[in-house]
Design a protein around this ligand. Structure first.
Ligand SMILES: [Zn+2]
Length: 70
């Protein structure tokens, strides 16, 4: 019955949307639409009616914003 998170898990403070390798992230980046700001990304999600299951995140690869996929 040891189901508590181990203390070593603590260092993952900033979780990326998914655990992907760099290549996969770059591929996702090139496939995804980019937004110049968080507001733009959220507006786009709002317009598409998907703001409840999408989140905007800053992409370190292109230094713009993407929406998470649902
Ligand atoms: Zn990107």
């Amino acid at each position: 019955m040891r189901r508590l998170a181990s203390p070593t898990m603590k260092r993952a403070a900033r979780n990326p949307p998914k655990r992907l390798g760099r290549e996969e992230r770059e591929r996702m980046c090139t496939r995804k639409r980019r937004y110049s700001s968080q507001g733009d990304a959220l507006d786009a999600a709002l317009l598409a009616g998907v703001e409840r299951n999408r989140e905007a995140y800053f992409c370190p690869i292109c230094r713009q914003w993407h929406l998470t996929s649902a």
